[in-house]
Ligand binder design. Structure first.
Ligand code: SAM
Ligand code: DTB
Ligand code: SF4
Length: 320
């Protein structure tokens, strides 16, 4: 019998799973993983910042907020041609999904939004899945993105409801959840996850996962990021996440959201190959693939191809 798709997890239940002895946790995650996914496949997602920097929000982890003196130089929006070139390169390297990000609190109207729609159409025309992350959306934005052929929309809840206000004060987690509901109503798929290593407690991590699992249906993609500390931000000096903690969060996400793709996201460059393989064993079946995330580094393509070969894993076919 397949693991249940539940939407009523209490934080204590999630914590009990999270705290299992690690071999038991990994065993359960593997059981669930094999019921819903091919255990030898990993989804490869490319990521491109199409509008970098100058964001007014105060997300304490972010290199692109104007509130903090970081090394990021704000840049103009990329052109459709820039995006097509990057997408062609990503496809040639083996990516199946192409994700684009803008440093916006909420999606703009007018020419900037029309350009983004054009980018989505161009990526889809290359037969890649198209994902966008550009902040909060109205119903009309969602409708037009769906019409342009967007595959999925990324909008992270980032942390627990209780800890959210310690990280971001310029919008609320309820605002984020409201956008997710609009995205869903428009018939789009949802990519939503969060970050660990920002000073949250283990209960906060479990509450974040419970909040994601309460979404019905579960997000189709769940990115789990380890904080990439950015010089100049309030979180610049956070100690690195213990890889075994990362593994626990991934395994717990896998168990409570059995059908979702769980993405081992930011922070992978700081992990050893062995720790990354443990994340795959824990049920991660998706990665960001390409030398750069939005503003920070990612393992390079050759290293990732070698890792996948050595682990006997292969690129997953597109999900639609
Ligand atoms: N501005 C849009 C938004 O806030 O949704 C889209 C871009 S924003 C950079 C996308 C997500 O990247 C954030 O919600 C956060 O989860 C993740 N992120 C940003 N900076 C990060 C960092 N330094 N370390 C780990 N994850 C990060
Ligand atoms: C997600 O969950 N992680 C990605 C993507 N969604 C947009 C972003 C990671 C950003 C890491 C820091 C940077 O490169 O600026
Ligand atoms: Fe960074 Fe997005 Fe927050 Fe802006 S809204 S500061 S781009 S995470």
């Amino acid at each position: 019998m397949n693991a249940e798709l539940r939407h009523d997890y209490r934080v204590e239940e999630v914590r009990a799973i999270h705290d299992l002895p690690l071999p038991e946790l990994l065993f359960r995650a593997q059981e669930v993983h094999r019921q819903y996914h091919r255990p030898d496949e990993v989804q490869l997602c490319a990521l491109l910042s199409v509008k970098t920097g100058a964001c007014q929000e105060d997300c304490a982890y972010c290199a692109q907020s104007t509130r903090y003196a970081t090394a990021v130089q704000p840049a103009r929006m990329l052109s459709r041609e820039d995006v097509v070139q990057a997408a062609e390169r990503a496809r040639a390297a083996g990516a199946t999904r192409f994700c684009m990000g803008t440093a916006w609190r909420d999606a703009k109207d007018g020419p900037a939004f029309e350009s983004v729609l054009d980018m989505v159409r161009a990526v889809r025309a290359l037969d890649l899945e198209a994902c966008l992350t550009m902040g909060m959306l109205t119903d009309e934005h969602c409708r037009r993105l769906a019409e342009a052929g967007l595959t999925i929309y990324n909008h992270n809840i980032d942390t627990s409801p209780a800890f959210y206000g310690s990280i971001i004060t310029t919008h609320t987690q309820e605002d984020r959840l409201a956008t997710l509901a609009r995205v869903r109503r428009a018939g789009l798929r949802i990519c939503s996850g969060g970050i660990i290593g920002m000073g949250e407690s283990v209960d906060d991590r479990c509450a974040m996962l419970a909040t994601l699992a309460r979404l019905d249906p579960h997000p189709e993609s769940v990115p789990i990021n380890a904080l990439v500390p950015i010089a100049g931000t309030p979180l610049a000096d956070r100690p690195p996440v213990d890889p075994l903690q990362f593994v626990r969060v991934i395994a717990t996400a896998r168990i409570i959201m059995p059908r979702s793709q769980v993405r081992l996201s930011a922070g992978r460059a700081a992990l050893t190959r062995e720790a990354q393989v443990l994340c795959f064993v824990a049920g991660a079946n998706s990665i960001f693939y390409g030398d750069k995330l939005l503003t920070t580094g990612n393992p390079d393509v050759q290293a990732d191809q070698q890792l996948l070969r050595d682990a006997g894993l292969r690129s997953a076919p597109p999900t639609h």
